[in-house]
Design a protein around this ligand. Structure first.
Ligand code: DX5
Ligand code: ZN
Length: 214
């Protein structure tokens, strides 16, 4: 699956930018609060407006403090998948249950330096594990291949029935790095600059999908 990130889109033309990725599996929306990460993007009112103009399932990646307070609103608004950060969540098990009760899939994200082991029990309650392959906050950074060990570990746990979730990767994915991530066992690839900086975002999505499937 390919999930273009609108962080690299033209924020003055977001409806058109969604139309340009009609072939995407999910649209990835990066919510940043200038506290959990040193950048500020958009929040629930913009997400609600975007949900009205697209049928692409929305993957909301909340890079915010106190997701226990804010995340369920995105599920209630109609996001397909709501991902919170393990480093920020107070009660991630309750949060997963609340997100699912509100009708969304629940995602848990870990930053590049956050190990996987402490979260394995919590992840039994989640539908998605989002492994960050850059420090969260900005698009256009270089892929950190050192996180692939965590991807392989998660893949093994899913394939052996110990976890039941999609493995998603976010940061620095392009036609060069997607092979490495695919080989490690990623199910869903977020790509911001590789899609939106391309002349034809639709073609960029197809090219990434083809490479991941090889
Ligand atoms: C970074 C965001 C990413 C970002 C990826 O904090 O979570 O989703 O948009 O952008 P690229 O694909 O350009 O690394
Ligand atoms: Zn993201």
């Amino acid at each position: 699956m390919i999930a273009p990130s609108i962080l690299s889109a033209d924020f003055a033309r977001l409806a058109d930018e969604l139309a340009a990725i009609a072939g995407a599996d999910w649209v990835h929306v990066d919510v940043m609060d200038a506290h959990f990460v040193p950048n500020l993007t958009l929040g629930l009112p913009v997400v609600e407006a975007l949900l009205k103009v697209t049928d692409i399932p929305m993957d909301c990646h909340l890079m915010i403090d106190d997701p226990d307070r804010w995340a369920v609103g995105y599920a209630e608004a109609g996001a397909h998948n709501v991902t919170v950060h393990a480093e920020a969540a107070g009660d991630p098990v309750k949060l997963a249950k609340d997100l699912k009760a509100a009708g969304a899939k629940a995602g848990l994200s870990i930053k590049p330096d956050t190990p996987l082991e402490p979260w394995l029990d919590v992840l039994k309650h989640y539908d998605t594990l989002l492994v960050m392959s850059v420090e969260p906050g900005f698009g256009g950074q270089s892929f950190m291949s050192e996180v692939l060990g965590k991807v392989r570990q998660a893949r093994r746990l899913v394939d052996t029935g110990h976890l039941d979730l999609l493995v998603e990767i976010d940061g620095g994915i392009n036609s060069d790095t997607i092979d490495l991530a695919a080989e490690a066992g990623v199910d869903c690839f977020v790509a911001g600059s590789a899609v939106y900086n391309a002349d034809d975002p639709g073609k960029a999505i197809s090219a990434l999908r083809d490479r991941a499937a090889r």
